[in-house]
Design a protein around this ligand. Structure first.
Ligand code: TNX
Length: 578
């Protein structure tokens, strides 16, 4: 990461729509560079902030640097929030993020709007509540033109003001604030550091409303703690959906009271013959509420009609021959299915969908639908249409892999594209009939693909996916004959046939997850590999500080000398690999 201001497409005035010419972008870049170079360094500080205001992943929509306004967090800073429980909760999260490394007390308070605010005709920001007063203010302003998830961050001489119309916007703004502080902010123990922030204003809103990652907990079981840590990684990069692939041939992971053998029998296996495991309803609720506190919606997937061997082992009555198959711990796909001709199958699905829906506050329920090679043609579409009605009947919106496309439309239905050719007339036709798309191209967004031939785990059926390949595509135009307006967003799936530990998960997630997050969040006009590569490099020292495993992708210019300042306490061991 450079400390010299350099031109970047991520900064400047309101970005033009992506279709405008490169010339406009170039002119803006030049203007921004000139602005940064001519601006005076902060006269009130001994040294400027080490980061540029644009050093954020995902790239913010608009960045207006004001180096003369660089600011240093003082030890006595107070975090003050609007008098709203959700805003206060974000303020508390911010304090909890900053306290370990700074060792500062950072008390959290709230301010009520002055009773005579209207009479004194104070500016809107003041009537909305708190002012930074040398610390950090989190302002919930429902009138702010920042949408459901946007925020504005102002770093000025009197402190930091974060403004949003929602607590979600404030939460995303906190993630930006965190990245603008020195990497040592990730230290779990106090360090001596100058907690400088670059001055100026960021105004930021997402490109797509759905930005997610998927974790396959069926092929290998992962603990609740592992999942919570993945949620933390999503939150850092402003992802807002966690899709859990809860059932597959190798294991059934979610408790269903009305069909208890699903977990007691179906949950006791995994790839490679390990013990498997499952989430109790309390476990699942804990995941959902931890995610919700980080403004992330859980999308549960019950994969049907294929990928169901574990259910058939537990309940042979669901199998076409009514005979229990042997438990499966291999990695083949496409051999199992629940009997689409038996009414008992639909009783089963009604019960499972009902219980999972009742546990899930989010609007989505994913019904899989992929690789059901033995359920074909009208039998398949008839089955899917019935399951779609069951899901709609419990008030949830259907999500499914794009194999659902030929089935009839149901209100709101969302298809998840995982193809590698980007050209599928059946999916395009389903979109014309009203479906929206989550794009997860196997050859760009699949986090289980190897980075390179020597990646120790992962697949390569969709090719190798290095960081550039994960970054260089456009979810808005990717699938032929699907307009950007039909794209709900983007998701990065992580299948776990070869993934057995949290370190494995992190190795495949980082640094590609931030690439996918940027495609989902940032306006297309900011898309620039060279700029992204540099900003991404700046994340490495943060992950090291936080003890997070990541792949040191050779195409990313990771800082060669760690920027680790003096420790007051022991440094946690950095676990970067390989
Ligand atoms: C295809 S992607 C699958 C999964 C595998 C994955 C491995 C999809 C909907 N189905 O069953 O785990 O490939 O990459």
């Amino acid at each position: 990461m450079s400390t010299i201001p350099s031109p970047t497409p991520a900064t400047g005035p309101v970005p033009p729509p992506a279709r405008e010419s490169d010339a406009v972008t170039l002119a803006q870049t030049a203007e921004r560079a000139a602005h940064e170079l001519l601006a005076q360094p902060a006269p009130h500080l001994a040294q400027p902030a080490p980061h540029r205001l644009a050093d954020v992943v995902p790239a913010p929509a608009q960045v207006q640097p004001a180096p003369a306004d660089d600011w240093v967090l003082p030890a006595e800073a107070v975090i003050v929030a609007s008098a709203d429980p959700a805003a206060l909760a974000v303020a508390t999260q911010l304090a909890e993020l900053l306290r370990p490394a700074t060792g500062y007390p950072l008390p959290v308070t709230h301010s009520a709007p002055p009773a005579d605010a209207a009479a004194r005709s104070l500016p809107a920001a003041d009537t909305a509540g708190p002012v930074p007063a040398g610390g950090i203010a989190l302002v919930l302003d429902e009138a702010a033109d920042l949408g459901a998830e946007g925020y504005r961050l102002d770093v000025a001489r009197d402190g930091v003001r974060l403004t949003a119309a929602t607590a979600t916007g404030l939460f995303h703004g906190v993630q930006t604030l965190r990245q603008l502080l020195p990497p040592a902010i990730e230290s779990p123990t106090p360090v001596t550091e100058r907690w400088a922030l670059p001055g100026g204003t960021i105004t930021d809103t997402p490109r797509f409303p759905y930005r997610g990652a998927m974790l396959d907990v069926a092929r290998h079981f992962f603990t609740v703690e592992d999942i919570l840590r993945v949620v933390d990684h999503l939150a850092r990069y402003k992802l807002n959906h966690l899709h859990l692939h809860l059932t597959d041939d190798q294991g059934w992971r979610i408790a269903v009271d009305s069909w208890p053998r699903l977990t007691s029998v179906g949950g006791a296996t995994e790839v490679g013959g390990g013990p498997g495991g499952h989430y109790t309803k309390a476990d699942y609720r804990r995941i959902v509420s931890y995610a919700a506190a980080r403004h992330i919606t859980v999308v549960p997937e019950i994969d049907l009609p294929g990928h169901t061997n574990s259910a058939l082992v537990a309940y042979p009555e669901l199998a076409p021959e009514k005979i229990a198959p042997p438990p499966y711990t291999g990695t083949e796909v496409g051999f199992s299915y629940v009997d689409p001709a038996d009414e008992r199958t639909y009783d089963f699905i009604t019960d499972v969908v009902g219980e999972v829906a009742a546990l899930t506050p989010g609007p989505w329920l994913h019904i899989g639908g992929d690789e059901a090679f033995k359920v074909k043609g009208e039998v398949y579409t008839g089955f899917v249409e019935r399951v779609q009605r069951i899901v709609a009947g419990v008030g949830k919106t259907v999500v499914g892999w794009h194999q659902l496309a030929p089935a009839g439309h149901v209100d709101g239905r969302v298809l998840q594209w995982w193809g590698t050719t980007a050209d599928d007339p059946t999916t395009a036709e389903a979109v014309r009939r009203g479906a929206r798309l989550i794009v997860s191209p196997g050859n760009h967004a699949y986090l289980d693909m190897k980075y390179a031939p020597d990646t120790p785990i992962g697949h390569d059926w969709a090719g190798l996916i290095d960081v550039r390949k994960a970054y260089d595509w456009d979810p808005g135009t990717h699938v032929a004959d699907v307009p950007a307006t039909a794209v709900l967003g983007v998701e990065a799936p992580l299948w776990t046939e070869s993934v057995t530990s949290l370190a494995d998960i992190e190795l495949l997630l980082l640094p590609r997850l931030p690439a996918i997050a940027e495609l989902g969040w940032s306006p297309r006009v900011t898309h620039d590999w060279a700029d992204f590569r540099d900003r991404l490099a700046g994340q490495g020292p943060r992950w090291e500080r936080a003890g997070i495993t990541f792949h040191r992708a050779p195409e990313v210019p990771w800082p060669s000398t760690p920027t680790i300042p003096t420790q007051r306490d022991a440094t946690p061991t950095a676990t970067a690999t390989p």
